[in-house]
Design a protein around this ligand. Structure first.
Ligand SMILES: Nc1nc2c(c(=O)[nH]1)N[C@H]1C(S)=C(S)[C@@H](COP(=O)(O)OP(=O)(O)OC[C@H]3O[C@@H](n4cnc5c(=O)[nH]c(N)nc54)[C@H](O)[C@@H]3O)O[C@H]1N2
Ligand SMILES: Nc1nc2c(c(=O)[nH]1)N[C@H]1C(S)=C(S)[C@@H](COP(=O)(O)OP(=O)(O)OC[C@H]3O[C@@H](n4cnc5c(=O)[nH]c(N)nc54)[C@H](O)[C@@H]3O)O[C@H]1N2
Ligand SMILES: [Mo]
Length: 690
């Protein structure tokens, strides 16, 4: 028996991007462990990924190409050869492209975060074809834009510093579920005497374990940050020297926040005046004492109409109190911009021969149902889906499902499993998992470049995404040399080596070592140097003005809330959010029995008073509905959900629920104030006993 240990990387859409050690015995992966030497992984994996072999060798893995033999969505397929599959696809794409290539749309997101199996060969293929472009906004677009307006780039406090902080605000995140290796640092900080405060409308697993939990109404975080600024300024809890040297627009900011009294803030956010004042005082006073104060702002704050502005406002707070002076102070949203990714080489946008239209992925429901028009362009005739499960994850699912059910739509899906989306494919192609292919990764939660070696041979006839697009490119007659590059060739081009951050990057040695930190200063803004046009933290932002936005921190209310849409609130008086369940990764892992059994079935957490009012008792099946749709879940009557809020942890596969529906039946396709992002947590519903 031969046994080897292969260095790999967790491919999932999670800030932690763990370093893995895969044990392989006679060609079979028997165990996946966290690398004890990798500083952030520290030998620890989440429950999901420690079960990675269970997913890889799952009895339902797609192992052969198939073609549809039933109705769309019915899930009936028949095995075909790769030649037949690829010939069919190439013939259809050629025929459509001859009329108008923009009638073809690729749809992908972060099933794998790998730069090779994500947007490399696939992007080259669709650029060369001249297909419609996809605006990949479904997750982090709003916050990313807002953060950059304030501090210039998606960089911030290094996760490896958080254990040294004295106060940590965990704002709109549930790291026990979604950012475990940050949580390990936060717990270490707690052991060393730090205070942890969770800001979350829901008493999440994380909020339960913090010293304090403040529960504002969804979509009101921008107001809470304004109220904090008001108190910090009114009570002079400021770092005047830092403000003078490294910020822009303090005087205008002072004027702006004058109106955001603790009373007004408390009323807007649905919390108490004391909570507003005490939060600001604690933050400002701790910084005043020279202690590192840190904010981990996560994605929960940016899934409502004003999500961009909320992140922008929060990103202004550290500069006011001089928190950036410490390596363990400041704020982290994402570390994505720490990596000098060479998108030009990976994706070859230059292959696109003319301008193409862009479709926003969160509006896929509307887009698929759109007829041709001068503004819209051609009707979508073909859809190629990889690394994503839009029928389960995209908002306003009734429209998405209706679009995918169109008999005149030609749909190709590359997948590991027969997901809700795969059920609608005309041609379904088996994809390799991370254990079966090569990749290179950046991360959005730490600062290591990560390598993934293939641990085992592909199962069945599965192929990497890259190989599928290589083979299709050959059939389409695309002869640019870039369509012949191997996965290793592509990985070797992933980073711009002229950039000081990755000057030491070398693919061969990265593959050997598994990971390598980028060159970044420990305390990135201790001496200012923000990557904004002014070089300062921009309280006043000219770029926002140019984009038609308020150039100062402001409050953008939700599209749907009792305060902002009282008419709608009469019929649908409850706010609904649907954040990730701990044992799922978006809709990935829902079909792994051991994990699904731990989650049980779809639940709806509802406050005792809201439940009593509707005659709902714990355990009752309830129907959650609004004008867009409805779904059924089992009520959990609990004070974890604040009054006026219901919570349905997600994202369930529709076909694995009792009624074949999930929380996205009721979410909307409306977008955020910045970045055209989604508003998954900006939803009013009504709930009734069934
Ligand atoms: N186990 C697990 N881990 C994951 C994922 C998963 O599905 N499962 N998904 C991954 C992905 S793609 C992402 S983007 C991240 C997301 O992970 P996070 O950044 O943690 O974001 P969310 O899970 O969307 O929401 C986190 C918390 O925000 C709260 N929240 C909702 N609305 C608001 C609001 O308006 N204001 C405030 N302050 N809080 C609000 C929710 O109640 C929730 O507890 O996690 C990644 N990690
Ligand atoms: N209601 C509600 N909806 C949400 C959210 C929410 O909080 N609430 N969160 C949103 C967020 S933050 C995000 S990021 C999106 C996530 O949406 P998606 O990125 O679509 O994520 P998943 O649902 O995990 O689907 C990824 C699919 O890719 C497949 N896959 C993985 N690796 C590979 C590969 O190498 N090749 C191929 N071909 N396929 C692969 C997996 O099997 C899986 O089915 O969902 C969004 N939708
Ligand atoms: Mo996400």
């Amino acid at each position: 028996m031969t046994t080897s240990i292969v260095r790999a990387t967790c491919p999932h859409d999670c800030p932690d991007t763990c370093a893995l050690l895969v044990t392989v015995k006679d060609g079979v992966a028997t165990e996946v462990r966290g690398d004890p030497d990798h500083p952030t992984t520290a030998g620890v994996l989440c429950t999901k990924v420690s079960r990675y072999t269970e997913r890889t060798y799952h009895k339902d893995r797609l192992l052969y190409p198939m073609k549809r033999i039933g109705r769309k969505g019915e899930g009936k397929f028949e095995r075909i050869s790769w030649d037949e599959a690829l010939d069919t696809i190439a013939a259809r794409l050629k025929e459509i492209a001859a009329r108008n290539p923009q009638a073809i749309l690729p749809y992908s997101y972060c099933g794998t975060m790998g730069l090779v199996q994500g947007e490399s060969m696939a992007a080259r293929f669709f650029h060369k074809l001249g297909a419609s472009l996809l605006d990949r906004t479904i997750c982090s677009a709003a916050g990313g834009v807002g953060y950059k307006y304030s501090i210039g780039a998606r960089i911030g406090t290094d996760v490896e510093q958080f254990q040294n902080a004295k106060l940590i605000l965990i704002w709109g995140g549930n790291p026990i579920a979604s950012n475990l290796h940050f949580w390990m640092r936060a717990q270490e900080a707690k052991r060393r005497g730090a205070k942890l405060i969770a800001i979350d409308p829901y008493r999440s697993l994380t909020a339960e374990k913090c010293h304090q939990h403040i529960a504002p109404l969804p979509g009101t975080d921008a107001a809470l940050a304004l109220g904090m600024m008001h108190v910090l300024i009114a009570e002079n809890l400021l770092d005047e020297d830092y403000i003078a040297r490294h910020t822009l627009g303090f005087d205008q900011l002072r004027e702006r926040v004058r109106e955001w009294t603790p009373q007004r803030t408390a009323q807007t956010c649905g919390i108490t005046v004391e909570e507003v004042e005490q939060l600001a005082r604690e933050y400002g006073a701790s910084a005043r004492r020279g202690e590192p104060v840190a904010i981990r702002v996560n994605y929960g704050v940016q899934r409502t109409h004003g999500g961009g502005m909320a992140v922008r406002n929060i990103a202004c707070l550290p500069a006011l109190v001089g928190a950036w002076r410490h390596a363990a102070g400041g704020v982290q949203l994402s570390t994505s911009d720490a990596f000098p990714k060479n998108n030009q080489a990976l994706q070859r946008p230059d292959l696109l021969q003319g301008p193409s239209r862009t479709i926003n992925m969160i509006e896929i429901g509307n887009a698929l149902l759109h007829e041709a028009s001068p503004e819209f362009g051609p009707k979508i005739e073909a859809l190629v889906v990889y690394n994503s499960n839009p029928v389960a994850v995209a908002p306003e699912s009734p429209k998405v499902a209706q679009g995918f059910a169109r008999e005149d739509l030609f749909t190709v899906v590359l997948e590991h499993f027969q997901t809700d989306t795969a059920d609608h494919a005309d041609i379904l192609l088996p994809a390799t998992t991370q254990l079966e292919h090569v990749d290179i990764h950046t991360t959005y939660g730490h600062m290591y470049m990560m390598a993934n070696n293939a641990a085992i041979a592909p199962l069945g006839e599965a192929k990497p995404n890259t190989e599928v697009f290589r083979l299709l490119a050959a059939r389409m007659g695309f002869d640019d040399p870039c369509f012949k590059e191997s996965d290793d060739d592509i990985a070797a081009q992933a980073f711009n080596k002229d950039d000081v951050r990755a000057i030491h990057f070398d693919w061969d040695s990265l593959k050997q070592k598994g990971w390598q930190k980028v060159n970044m200063p420990e305390a990135p803004f201790a001496d200012g140097g923000f990557p904004t046009p002014s070089g300062k933290c921009e309280f006043y932002c000219e770029r926002m003005k140019a984009a038609g936005l308020d150039p100062l921190p402001a409050y953008v209310p939700p599209h749907e809330s009792l305060a902002s849409s009282p008419e709608l609130g009469k019929d649908y008086p409850l706010a609904m959010i649907s954040p990730p369940a701990r044992n799922f990764l978006n809709s990935t892992f829902v079909n792994v029995e051991s994990l699904r059994n731990t989650e049980g079935e779809p639940h709806l957490d509802i406050h005792p008073l809201d439940a009593a009012h509707r005659g709902i008792e714990d355990g009752n099946p309830v129907r959650i509905f609004n004008a867009r749709g409805s779904f059924v879940a089992k009520a959990r009557v609990t004070e974890k959900a604040r009054q006026g809020l219901v919570v349905g942890l997600s994202i369930w596969w529709k076909k694995l629920t009792a009624d074949g529906k999930n929380a996205n039946e009721v979410t909307s396709q409306r977008t955020t104030d910045m970045g055209n992002g989604p508003t998954f947590y900006d939803v009013l519903v009504q709930v009734e006993k069934v």
